[in-house]
Each structure stands twice: as C-alpha cells, then as structure tokens.
Design a protein around this ligand. Structure first.
Ligand SMILES: O=C(O)c1ccc[n+]([C@@H]2O[C@H](COP(=O)([O-])O)[C@@H](O)[C@H]2O)c1
Ligand SMILES: Cc1cc2nc[nH]c2cc1C
Length: 343
C-alpha cells in the first residue's frame, strides 16, 4: 500500500475567503450553501480563489461473484455491456461528463470478461470476485492491489491536470456488496440498509438480506480492518474508488462522491486514512436506504436529492455545477466597495 499522507485543511484560508464572501454584493449568507462550499474548497485547495474548472470522472468497473445468488434485477454480463456503452459514449455519465466538460476515464479493475477496446484502461485484478456467500471475495493481496490501482489512476488523472475528481462505478451486484460492507462498518441491521438496487421486487429483497446476513456470519470480516472487509465481502471497484479518493486527498484535490456504492468506498477510504473525508463532497443522496446512513457516518450532507439510483458517477456529475457556481461567485462578483454600494 502506498504511504498516504493527507495534508490538513487550511483553516486560515477558509477564514480569509469567508471574509471576502461577506464583502460581495449580497446580503451576508444569502447564497446559502454555495458560500459554505467555496469556503470548504478554499480550505481544501489552500487557494484564495479555488477552481474546479477541470473536472475528471473516473469510473471503475468490476463484477461480483455473489450475483450467482440472484440478488440483482440484471445479469452479470450487463457490466461488460455497459463498459462498452461508456466507451462508445452512450451512457448517462457520457452525456453529463460532456455537459460539465469533464474528462472521462474507465478502468476495468475486475470485469469477468475480456473487453477489447483501446480507450479502456485495463487493470484487471481478477475476473470478478468470488461468490462471498460461499467463500472470501478475494485475497488480501488482491484487495491491496485494487486499492493501489485506484490510487495510481487517481494520481494519473491529477498529473494530467484535473482539479476535481468525480468517482463512478459499474458492477452488477454491487449494491449487495456495498450493503454487506456498510453493515459491517456501521453495525446497523442488514434490513435497514438493503434496497432494490437496479430494481428487484419486494420478495427478492428478503432473499438479498438473507444472503448478506449469512455471508457476514460465515466470513466474519474484521470491523477494524478495511482490507480484511474488502477481501471477505468486498468489490474490486469499491477498493479502486477508495484508492483514488486517497490519491486526490493527498494532492489537495476536491472529491465529488456519487451514490451508495461510491459512498461505501469513501467509508473504506476513511478507515485507511481518516482525513480523506476533509476533501469530500457528496454529490447526491441515492434512493438506496443505506445511503443516508453511509453519508451520516462520513459526517456529510448531500448536495442534491433527486431520487437517482444509477451510479456511474451520474449524481456527482449533475451536482458538479454547484461547486463551479460557488467558485464563480467568488471570482466574478463585485464587492460592495468596488461597486460603490453602501452596506
Ligand atoms: O449509486 C447508487 O446509489 C446506485 C444504486 C442502485 C444501483 N446502482 C447501480 O446498479 C448496479 C448495482 O445494482 P444491483 O441491483 O445489480 O446491485 C451498479 O452498476 C450500480 O452502479 C447504483
Ligand atoms: C443498464 C444499467 C446501467 C447502469 N449503470 C450503472 N449501473 C447500471 C446498471 C444497469 C442495469
């Protein structure tokens, strides 16, 4: 695992920017949460005029052996088919990335089939996880490798010039995996966390809960150890996203977290290095019932609540213009003094 050193937030810069925000031509506090966002961005970036104008979307794709237990509304092959769709530009995340001017990279970190495509970053750790209802999802070595790959890919995007990292994922079955991870980390009952994912019927939810409960009972993940949790009931794309978040925080790069799966990865990253959460915004609150619990554990508030449950980074991409509006407010508004308005 890389040695991770995450810088402290620059509170002094936050105070300077707060003062400046109060000097802009508006009643103090009248831009509400946008004001808080730009102050947070200033603390993260240590920049009096923070920018997020070069966003990057990093999508990790992987399969989940637990799909053999019939826990998703879609078959496993859809993971590969959606990766091809991303590469052909036809998915929601393609449309939203284009709209916000984000570069989009797709990493195969564990899809169960080979995908021949030049544009795909192939970093397959294994062909999908094992079925964690029956055996450990992956080895400790594979879990660490997936975190490392995520870290390297995050670092690469930052080296290429992005200044805001949006995380996305694709993996049929990964709401089961995320629910299992979250049940272990939060100590909450599985019943409270499990949802419909891609759209399973009510009867199947009980089956999904039973699979998760038995898997946790059999695998006995160590609640103190993120790598052990990943290796027992984890997913490769979740490990990859956690690694990429750690890379972003190490570089003072703001992170825009997406839905339920991406937030579970954020909790794993927090267990590896707790300061990583200082650099996170939660783009939206997903319909998955476990998501609000995960968000609360991170100590965050989502930016949007639009009834979305797609993944791919879509909710985070849709929330991105809020961050950008906050930075533009700071950079382009007049002050009372410059506009000659008395306050
Ligand atoms: O991001 C979310 O909150 C979210 C909620 C439900 C489903 N998903 C997406 O749907 C897939 C997982 O759903 P499932 O039912 O196969 O576990 C996976 O590809 C996710 O990107 C994503
Ligand atoms: C079609 C489809 C698109 C997705 N995007 C992210 N997860 C997904 C799951 C399905 C089933």
């Amino acid at each position: 695992m890389p040695t991770i050193s995450i810088p402290m937030l620059n509170d002094e810069m936050g105070a300077i920017v707060k003062n400046y925000v109060d000097s802009l031509t508006k009643p103090p506090g009248s831009l509400g949460r946008l004001e808080e966002l730009v102050i947070e961005l200033a603390k993260m970036t240590s920049d009096p005029f923070p920018e997020v104008a070069r966003p990057g979307v990093l999508v990790f794709a992987a399969d989940h052996g637990v799909t053999a237990e019939g826990i998703s509304a879609f078959p496993q092959e859809v993971t590969k088919q959606m990766v091809e769709n991303f590469l052909n530009g036809g998915a929601a995340i393609n449309v939203f990335s284009k709209y916000i001017g984000a570069s989009l990279k797709v990493v195969d970190i564990g899809v169960s089939a080979d995908i021949e495509q030049d544009k795909l970053i192939c970093q397959k750790v294994r062909y999908g996880t094992a079925n964690f209802y029956k055996e450990n999802a992956m080895s400790i070595y594979e879990a660490i490798k997936a975190i490392q790959i995520g870290y390297e890919q995050g670092q690469k995007m930052i080296n290429d010039g992005i200044n805001c990292l949006i995380l996305g994922e694709m993996g049929i079955g990964n709401t089961t995996t995320s629910s299992a991870i979250l049940a272990v980390i939060s100590g909450e009952s599985v019943e409270k966390l499990v949802g419909r994912g891609t759209g399973i019927k009510s009867e199947k939810i009980i089956h999904k809960q039973q699979i998760i409960k038995k898997a946790i009972y059999e695998r006995k993940p160590n609640v103190e150890d993120p790598v052990d949790i990943l290796s027992k009931v984890g997913g490769l794309e979740i490990a990859g996203m956690a690694g990429a978040m750690l890379a972003a925080a190490s570089n003072r790069t703001p992170i825009l977290v997406d839905g339920f799966i991406s937030t579970t990865a954020a909790l794993v990253a927090k267990m590896i290095s707790s300061q990583v959460t200082d650099y996170m915004f939660i783009g939206h609150r997903s319909v998955e019932p476990g998501h609000h619990i995960a968000i609360e554990l991170l100590g965050k508030k989502p930016l949007l609540d639009l009834g979305m449950r797609l993944g791919e980074g879509s909710g985070a991409a849709v929330a991105f213009p809020l961050l950008q509006s906050a930075t533009l407010m700071l950079k382009e508004m007049a002050t009372f003094t410059s506009a000659g308005i008395s306050n």
